[in-house]
Design a protein around this ligand. Structure first.
Ligand code: NAD
Length: 366
């Protein structure tokens, strides 16, 4: 398997956590005989410092010439005085747009060993494994007209979807559900919004092509409640842009820390992979950053860009094993757990992964 990966580590803790994610991908490549290449490029504040732009043309070229882009995080307080279009965060928006992914995947998994880290009771979070599929290029964030008339004190945004935009993201959700627990929950506000009525009718139509997958519809307001009350009832949750933005953040509390959350954006020219957290300037350089979100993001690279499902699972299991053994970075440390640094956590997962792959290979050899 050949895979060209552009590595855009970015600012703050971005390079620290990305280093650990890359070392996991290198281990998978080495042990499995795969040809993964890693090309570093600048984005965010470091790119402004070096080239005067948060997304230099050279970075965009490298990204578009790769099979997957692995991004750390962007953001640096020293650029706060710049206008939004010149700040590090603009690089992120520009690259997302340039790569064109329309399906944003955000898993929300409750790790048994971390059940005390979530504000939700352990019996509520037990066995939760939700995958959000959020439409990323349409809806209220992009619809026109949009304006703010400061004289009349009136403003408008437009929630707009075409049938084709709904079909393509719904297909992603059903394909993924077919490989998981075979249930799609589609979220809308069809009791009030015409755009949601189109969404619901279209998703219902797409579902006919996936008879093995059960489809249920939920209104977004009651869904916000159900996610907190009975999160284990959900498998794949399909949402439009705004609803998915809110609900996936809400479901993030199930895991217990922002540092645990991975994401992938697929469907465009090149898939984009990034942990959900930002550059965390408050802990950059202290060794306190949790690299597990970035490492789980590496697992998503293996699953969605390399088609190496078994290796993706092996990485996820290695994370589980290390957490079960009681190792924690500061953000998830509780009671008798052993607190480790970013690098130590990366090494522990690496070690658990190598042991697992070695065991698998020797079983094959027998
Ligand atoms: P943040 O995600 O960087 O940090 C929020 C809080 O969570 C902080 O207390 C931080 O220490 C903690 N945290 C985040 N990631 C962690 C990790 N891996 N391990 C342990 N603790 C972690 O959000 P913020 O503080 O609002 O933003 C800081 C900068 O990051 C800003 O410039 C912002 O614009 C940018 N940002 C970037 C992205 C991105 O690159 N995708 C996302 C969000 C924010």
């Amino acid at each position: 398997m050949r895979l060209k990966i552009a590595v855009l580590a970015g600012d703050g803790i971005g390079p620290e956590v990305t280093h650990e994610a890359v070392s996991i991908l290198k281990a998978v490549a080495e042990l499995g005989g795969h040809d993964f290449t890693f090309t570093p490029a600048l984005i965010g504040g470091v790119a402004i410092t070096a080239h005067g732009s948060p997304l230099p043309t050279a970075t965009l070229d490298i990204a578009l010439d790769s099979d997957a882009v692995l991004l750390g995080a962007v953001g640096d307080n020293k650029f706060n005085a710049l206008t939004p279009d010149k700040r590090p965060e603009a690089g992120l928006l520009q690259i997302r747009q340039a790569l064109g992914g329309y399906a944003n995947l955000r898993p929300s998994i409750a790790y048994k060993a971390l059940s005390g880290s979530s504000p939700l009771r352990p019996e509520v979070t037990a066995d939760v494994d939700i995958l959000f599929v959020r439409e990323l290029l349409g809806g209220l964030y992009f619809g026109a007209p949009r304006w703010w008339n400061r004289e009349t004190n009136e403003a408008i945004n437009t929630m707009r979807y075409t049938r084709d935009e709904v079909v393509r993201v719904a297909r992603v959700a059903f394909e993924l559900a077919a490989k998981r627990r075979k249930k799609v929950t589609s979220v809308d506000k069809a009791n009030v919004l015409e755009v949601s009525q189109l969404w619901r009718a279209t998703v219902t139509e797409v579902a006919k092509d996936y008879p093995s997958v059960t489809l249920e519809h939920q209104l977004v307001d009651s869904m916000a409640m159900h996610i907190m009350n009975i999160p284990r009832n959900f498998d794949v949750v399909l949402t439009e842009n705004l609803f998915g933005d809110i609900l996936s953040d809400e479901a993030g509390v199930i895991t217990g820390s922002l540092g645990m959350l991975p994401s992938a954006t697929i469907g465009g020219a090149v898939n984009l992979y990034e942990p959900v957290h930002g550059s965390a300037p408050d802990i950059a350089g202290t060794g306190k950053a949790n690299p597990l979100g970035a490492i789980l993001t590496a697992a998503m690279v293996l699953r969605h860009s390399a088609n190496l499902e078994q290796d993706a699972r092996a990485v996820e299991q290695a994370v589980n094993k290390v957490l079960d053994a009681g190792y924690r970075t500061a953000d998830i440390a509780r009671g008798s757990s052993q607190t480790v640094t970013t690098q130590e956590m990366g090494k522990l997962v690496h070690q658990a992964l190598v042991e697992d792959i070695d065991r698998r290979q020797s079983m094959h050899a027998v």
